[in-house]
Each structure stands twice: as structure tokens, then as C-alpha cells.
Design a protein around this ligand. Structure first.
Ligand code: GRG
Length: 327
């Protein structure tokens, strides 16, 4: 089984170039601002969004991918800014295997770094014209909408699957979609290939986020580089919990509510994990992730053949295979 690391080996050169652009983009003579921005950028991450942007561009035109590196870096900066703000909201201590910026430099400074990266991202996006800038801006608005819907759904045990899907669509899938759409517009691609790649990226994002939510329960925190059970600790309602509640009678629901209120303990986590396995909630959530991965693959079926298309197709498989790799 190929994992994400194997998959990205052939793309290391591109990742290095994205990293160079990121460091260039965040440069400022304000030394502390540069240090803190660099700290978050150098923490790494999978660089999924810039790679998606570059591959979509290469599939859409014959121009060199160096043309799209600024846009790819811009999307990664928005993503990183949103992670910084997310860590503040969650009071998270670690991210990407390192202490979070709010942990190291405090909440006030972390807010400003998030805002700074956000501003720099728009400067990069504006180099591709107004249509691409609007795609970028709309994706950022969706991030905020998804985050707010999630915040106002915290602890709501009656939350339905539809609302959960709306949250992850806005928080993750629309952003993936924007990476592909922005790249195809910048490439001057036709509607058919632009729609195919955008649909692919959207469904990939859905599969990726459902998988992430499963990994929050069954994942190994060392392999993930971040703690597990964070969703439950923050009262976030994800698909495994929604399905568990669906499969539980009134008495069981009350028992579950009591467990969720018991607070942090490894024993409570293990009990909940076992319950989610027994009710079939993990299997069900996995089947939903698989369905989105399948939809992603189907989106590309009429797009011809090329090494970059093959890489995207492999990615649609790898995102769901992360469950085996990281648990
Ligand atoms: C518009 C800047 C801005 C913020 C809006 C805080 C917030 C409000 C939105 C949060 C959005 C958020 C945290 C979405 C989660 C997306 C996600 C799947 C994160 C994990 O992505 P990976 O696994 O991370 O690609 P790496 O570290 O590999 O880059």
C-alpha cells in the first residue's frame, strides 16, 4: 500500500519550490513577525493544497508550473492562517508535531500572525487577476462559515448528518475545490476540464475530512503529530458520533451523554471508541469517506490520461487509506 509519503516523493522538488515561495512571501523587516511566521511555515504539513493547485494547473495547460507557484503558496498561507486561528479557538498545544504558535508566543501575537499570512495570501492571489482573487476570497468566506456553523453546533447531540456534511464541505472541501478551480482559471482551461478537476478536488476534500474525523478517534497521535479525541473534548459533533447516537436507544443515549460530560480520561476515550466500533459507526463513516473518494475518481474519468492525472487518482485512494496507515 502506498502512503502519502511515497506518493509525494516524486513531488518533493515542487514542495521545495512552494516552501521557497512561502518564505519569500512572508518576508518582512519586522524581525519578530518574520520569526513567528517562519516558525509556522517551517513546521511543515502535507502541502496538500499547493500540490493540488500545481497538479491541476499542469493538467490544464502546457505552461511551466513555475507560473502557478505564487497561487499555490497563497492557498497554503490561507490554510496556515486558518490553522493558527483554529489553534487559538481550541487552545491547542501542539500542531504539525510542534508546540502551536499560541503556545509559544501567546494568543495576541498568534492572532496577528494569522492576519498577516492572510494578507500576504491575498497579495499573491491578486497576481492572477480578479476572477482568481474572487475564487480565493469565496473559499475563505466558506472557511469562516463552516467554522461558525460548527461553533454554534458544539454539543448539539441532535445534529444531523446533513449539517455535519455542510460544515465539512465549507471547512475543507470548498477550499480544495478552490485550489483546483483557481489553477484551471489561471491556466485558461475550458469548462469541461475546469469542472472535472474542481469536482474531483471537492470530493477529495470531503473524503479527506471524513477520514480526518475518523482518525481523531482511531488514529495514533504520534503518527498523526497531534492529539486524538480532540473533537469530542471540544464537543464537536462528527460523523462517527452522529451514527453512534443514531444506533443507540434512549437509555443508551443518556449513558453516552453522561460519558461525554465525564471529562478527559483515557478510560472514557476507550469506552467511546469501543462503542463507536461496536455500533458500526467507524465502518459507516469509512463507507461515507470511500463514497466521496469514488466520486472524486469518477469526476476524472473523461479527462484523458497523463502522469499528473494518475497522481491525482492515486491521491483519492491514499486519503482514505490513511486510516490503516495512521491508526
Ligand atoms: C478565513 C483565516 C480564516 C479563518 C476562518 C479558524 C477558521 C476561521 C477556520 C478553521 C478552518 C479549519 C481549521 C479547517 C480544518 C481544515 C483541515 C482539514 C485541516 C487539516 O489539514 P491538513 O491535514 O494539515 O492538510 P497539514 O498540517 O498537513 O497542512
Amino acid at each position: 500500500m502506498r502512503d502519502f509519503l511515497d506518493w509525494s516523493i516524486s513531488l518533493h522538488g515542487k514542495v521545495d519550490e512552494v516552501n521557497e515561495r512561502l518564505l519569500l512571501a512572508i518576508h518582512t523587516d519586522q524581525e519578530e513577525l518574520y520569526r513567528m511566521s517562519k516558525y509556522t511555515i517551517e513546521a511543515g504539513g502535507k502541502r496538500f493544497r499547493p500540490l493540488l493547485t500545481i497538479l491541476a494547473y499542469e493538467i490544464s495547460c502546457e505552461e511551466p508550473y513555475s507560473n502557478i507557484l505564487d497561487l499555490a503558496a497563497g492557498y497554503e498561507l490561507i490554510h496556515t492562517a486558518s490553522l493558527i486561528h483554529d489553534d487559538i479557538i481550541d487552545n491547542a498545544a501542539t500542531r504539525r508535531g510542534r508546540p502551536t504558535l499560541n503556545n509559544v508566543d501567546g494568543v495576541a501575537n498568534a492572532i496577528v500572525v494569522g492576519d498577516y499570512l492572510f494578507a500576504k495570501a491575498y497579495e499573491l492571489g491578486s497576481r492572477y487577476g480578479t476572477v482568481v482573487s474572487k475564487i480565493m476570497a469565496d473559499a475563505s468566506s466558506r472557511l469562516a462559515e463552516g467554522q461558525t456553523l460548527e461553533a454554534f453546533s458544539l454539543g448539539n447531540l441532535d445534529l444531523g448528518e446533513e449539517t455535519y456534511l455542510e460544515i465539512i464541505s465549507n471547512k475543507t472541501a470548498r477550499f480544495f475545490e478552490a485550489c483546483a478551480m483557481g489553477a484551471t482559471v489561471a491556466a485558461g482551461a475550458g469548462t469541461a476540464i475546469s469542472n472535472a478537476l474542481s469536482n474531483f478536488a471537492y470530493n477529495l476534500g470531503m473524503a479527506f475530512q471524513v477520514t480526518d474525523d475518523i482518525l481523531d478517534i482511531v488514529g495514533d497521535s504520534r503518527k498523526l503529530g497531534k492529539p486524538t479525541f480532540t473533537d469530542i473534548r471540544h464537543s464537536a459533533i462528527t460523523l462517527p458520533l452522529i451514527h453512534t447516537l443514531r444506533k443507540t436507544d434512549t437509555k443508551g443515549r443518556q449513558e453516552l451523554k453522561r460519558k461525554l460530560m465525564e471529562g478527559e480520561s483515557e478510560e472514557v476515550d476507550m469506552n467511546l471508541k469501543n462503542l463507536m466500533v461496536e455500533t458500526g459507526a467507524i465502518d459507516y463513516s469509512f463507507s461515507v469517506a470511500k463514497r466521496y473518494s469514488q466520486l472524486a475518481l469518477e469526476s476524472l474519468k473523461d479527462s484523458g490520461k497523463s502522469p499528473d492525472l494518475n497522481l491525482l487518482m492515486e491521491l483519492a485512494m491514499i486519503v482514505i487509506e490513511r486510516i490503516e496507515e495512521l491508526s
